[in-house]
Design a protein around this ligand. Structure first.
Ligand SMILES: Cc1cc2nc3c(=O)[nH]c(=O)nc-3n(C[C@H](O)[C@H](O)[C@H](O)COP(=O)(O)OP(=O)(O)OC[C@H]3O[C@@H](n4cnc5c(N)ncnc54)[C@H](O)[C@@H]3O)c2cc1C
Length: 404
């Protein structure tokens, strides 16, 4: 008999959520992560309000800043502030080190067996069970397996979900945590007009099929850039030059707390359920191709996965896992498809970025729609529909030329 109902590989937001929910569903759960928490995770740390709705515990102890909107910097240099008037659903920022640690502790407190420093090296599936072997030689067995081990998922590769991400299906990113002090954070990211909240700053034009950002934390700025992997040979050189200009523009010489390169996937994996295993979060490619956000998708897919595994355990039927695939397609993936098409239009060329940035600058309703995506006031589908109608109505020639 297998030792566990389910083994979760990876203790990021996806895995920690799947483990906690699985225990709450009455299952016997082992979670393995190669890192020892708190661990660094290159990430801008922006959270939609929706994330707080998904979690069944308070995360205020790890919140750094309340976000009221976003400031877009067009390739020509002008600035467009997008802030919804009612601010009823703000965004938030966190340091991933602390946020992920809290989520993992919540999985452990719920009753999951959590093993840190446990790097999974081998995964074997037989008709009745899964065997997972770690670098230290320890092996564990379970009836089901959840792959939550991020973009370089060993679960996905070893069980034949995919071999890796094509260069046009992943983004490369650099992320720096720059200590500048609370006053400077407010000066750079503060909302104009004195409302006690900050903005996320997004800069377009310097990185092909991507952008640079500055997200406010308590005393730190998360400053980074990303672009599609097939569009760049050396993101580091471009980033260093951009960061020098950024520092000069804001008259800062920050202490650099961390500086790391990473990747995130830009489209969902074709297969996310196979035999007794399923993939969630980045391992399943569930990241928004337009904004680069993946935390809401990681958490939501973790919840869906836990419910599918519970049904599979109760019915002793691996086929039940297919319900997870259907649920993801209907909810998360259908939203991600909209983001993919938005990204393909917006990032296509400088002309399109220019047309769209002018549209946002000149139309308050378009700015409201952008802001509404920050807190999750509207779904990506609604935003795309409303944005397209608005553009066709107000600037039809420009709208059509986006697709030429
Ligand atoms: C630079 C950058 C900025 C980003 N900014 C944002 C943002 O502002 N907002 C947002 O919503 N999203 C953002 N994202 C995306 C977000 O970070 C991911 O979508 C999210 O972390 C996915 O969570 P996850 O749990 O699936 O994977 P991860 O957070 O990557 O966790 C995977 C875990 O698996 C473990 N692991 C890996 N391999 C093994 C192994 N062999 N054995 C055991 N354990 C293993 C790792 O140690 C890790 O803890 C950003 C991504 C990048 C790269």
């Amino acid at each position: 008999m297998a030792e566990y109902d389910v083994i979760v590989v990876g203790g990021g937001p996806a895995g920690a959520t799947a483990a906690r929910k699985s225990v709450q569903n009455g299952l016997n759960v082992l979670l393995l992560d190669k890192a020892t928490f708190p661990r660094n995770k290159p990430c801008a740390g922006g959270l939609k309000d929706f994330v707080l709705e998904l979690l069944d515990f308070d995360i205020s102890s790890v919140i750094h800043r309340k976000i009221s909107g976003v400031a877009l910097f067009a390739p020509e240099g002008y600035r467009v502030d997008c802030i919804p008037e009612d601010r009823s659903k703000p965004g938030w920022t966190v340091m991933r080190e602390d946020f992920d640690h809290l989520l993992l502790k919540k999985a452990s407190e719920a009753g999951a067996v959590v093993k840190e420093g446990a790097e999974v090296m081998d995964v074997q599936e037989s008709a009745r069970e899964i065997t997972v072997t770690c670098m230290d030689g320890n092996s564990y067995t379970s009836n089901y397996l959840v792959g939550a081990d991020g973009i370089n998922s060993i679960v996905a590769k070893q069980l034949g979900f995919y071999k890796g991400w094509r260069k046009d299906s992943a983004s490369v990113a650099i992320e720096i945590e720059a200590e500048v002090g609370s006053e400077k954070v407010k000066e750079i990211c503060g909302e104009p007009g004195g409302y006690d909240a900050e903005l996320l700053l997004l800069y377009f034009g310097d990185f092909p099929h991507g952008y640079a950002w500055c997200f406010p934390k308590k005393t730190v700025l998360s400053v980074g850039a990303c672009c599609r992997q097939d569009k760049v040979t050396n993101i580091r050189a471009g980033y260093d030059a951009w960061f020098e200009r950024f520092k000069k523009a804001h008259d800062i010489e920050p202490k650099i707390l961390s500086d790391s390169a990473s990747r995130f996937p830009l489209r969902p994996a074709e297969t996310i359920v196979k035999g007794r295993s399923l993939l969630i979060g980045d391992a399943a490619g569930l990241v928004d191709a337009f904004t680069g956000e993946g935390i809401p998708e990681a958490i939501e897919s973790g919840i869906f996965a836990a419910d599918a595994v519970k049904d599979a355990v109760r019915g002793d039927n691996p086929q039940t896992l297919k319900s997870y695939e259907k649920q993801c397609q209907k909810t998360i993936q259908s939203e991600l498809k909209v983001s993919q098409s938005l990204a393909n239009v917006f990032f296509k060329n400088a002309k399109n970025m220019d047309i769209l940035c002018r549209f946002f600058r000149d139309d308050p309703y378009a700015r409201y729609l952008i802001a509404a995506s920050i807190g999750g006031l509207l779904s990506q589908k609604e935003i795309k529909k409303k944005m397209t109608f608005r553009m066709m109505k107000t600037m039809p020639k420009d709208a059509l030329s986006l697709y030429m």
